[in-house]
Design a protein around this ligand. Sequence first.
Ligand SMILES: N[C@@H](CCC(=O)N[C@@H](CS)C(=O)NCC(=O)O)C(=O)O
Length: 206
Amino acid sequence: MLHLYYTPGTCSLATHIALEEAGAQYEATLVDFRSAEQTKPEYHAINPNGRVPALVTEEGILTESPAILLFIAAQFPDARLAPFDDPFLLGKVQEMNAYLSSTLHVAHAHRFRGYRWADDEAAIKEMSRKAFEVVETCFVHVEENLFAGPFAVGDSYTIADCYLFNFTTWMEADEVDLTRVPKLHEYRERLKERPAIQRALAAQKV
Ligand SMILES: N[C@@H](CCC(=O)N[C@@H](CS)C(=O)NCC(=O)O)C(=O)O
């Protein structure tokens, strides 16, 4: 059976949502950041990089949200979570997910994990200060250039929605001016009503 390692309030919510959307049988284990479980040898045996999510499959362990999400979409084709019959649209799904993973998420991490990039305290403080502005710029780019509507890449709900919804739940904490992202704001409120998203949120008790 699939086994998800997750932490509430993190990017692992996207995988949790995708598993629920797919109707997958899975078990889930909470990795408690409060006791720094992600830094312990027990969790490093699952993900040596010390991050969530990680998904244990019958073939091995997958890390990195875009890879995990694509695996779930391919493993559960009946859920139609990726447009495998439309190469361009599949590219659009990956364009969104790559941007969220490599740019928006990394910008967000500068707010409280600046120690990854600098040792100097003043530099870390400056990264944290600047992060709010950079993250807002990322969300505005998604709003104006990547988001197709009514779902992330168009008319069909895909794994890009599992991932984009996850990040939109951070907008207030990231102090994003919601008047600059009206489509994403409306989108998040609408997607909150999806049963699979509600189940994933309840499972993570967010
Ligand atoms: N590129 C990875 C990023 C994973 C990641 O950074 N996860 C964060 C939570 S959102 C984490 O586990 N942080 C723990 C830490 O930095 O100690 C992905 O997309 O899955």
